[in-house]
Design a protein around this ligand. Sequence first.
Ligand code: NDP
Length: 318
Amino acid sequence: MVKPRLLQIGRITDRMHDALAPHFDIDPLPDREAREPFLRENGPEYVAILTNGHLGVPEDVAVATPNLKVVSSYGVGYDAIDVEAFAARGIVVAHTPDVLSDEVANTFVMLWLAVSRELIPSDRHVRSGEWVRAGSYRLTRSVQNRRVGILGLGRIGRAIADRCAVFGADIHYHSRSRKDAPYTYHASAVELARAVEVLVAITPGGPGTRHLVNADVLDALGPDGLFFNLARGSVVDEAALVRALEAGRIAGAGLDVFEAEPKVPDALKAMDNVALTPHVASGTHETRQAMGDLVVENLRQWLEDGTVRTPVPECAHL
Ligand code: NDP
């Protein structure tokens, strides 16, 4: 029997490949020069695309696949995929919500503790021999009983709130709409920042949230405030963030995402009051496996009945 053809953008695990190979004829998208002739020859035969939230579906691939029916993306954020255009073509786009929420929330806690308790400089204090030469490390700031502001109270935002509650936090939030949640709502990012000591961005990326955190928001957070970004680099005006940190207009930051990844401003790398991770908020074996399994499940369900388990909201009606 001829298997339906699946175009693979980016790398996948052996586990994902082995689960899909009995059902789909899988081709990786070739590199630069080979890509155009490959797409011209094979593009019309693909009914499915497997991609991830970073690579998305480039325009040339979308145009070269007129018979596409389903896109299954590895990751919950889908700002690199033109989901409205796919929905208009009747193509369903699936992503991987929920299975990564706990891990991303845990990563926030890791960064929060690292910045507040100065993990990176105090680790250096031990390794460099400074502890022996100069004595004890200075006192740091507690994460206990803080006012925490969550910018984007969605699936991950709620998982962050759950964890903050354990630290006795007074939780505030801003989202486009007020939620049924026992936290204090603020009508704007500036108002939220003004009310809290710790601000965490966990919205989607894309044009709707570009530079949602700007100089005004950082100034509202204030000189004792800590800022964390686990959303997308585009959500924050990175130059304004660097200026605010340099001038001491905020106290510190923990950042997993950046405007021009994998490039990170040298100024941030030089700061002791900043903790940096390379876009790995969901990056554990366990969570990445769960994400991979959901990518596979969406494709296999589509094969069975033309639906996916976790469509992006823009495609939920298909
Ligand atoms: P959800 O869709 O469940 O939540 C998103 C939240 O953001 C909602 O509360 C939404 O508000 C809010 N929001 C959207 N646009 C705006 C806006 N313009 N202003 C204020 N709030 C806004 O998504 P998840 O919680 O599952 O994921 C959130 C994001 O986290 C992902 O899209 C991705 O970008 C990022 N992420 C990053 C990872 C990393 O590795 N660093 C890993 C996983 C996710 P409303 O409900 O009112 O529309």
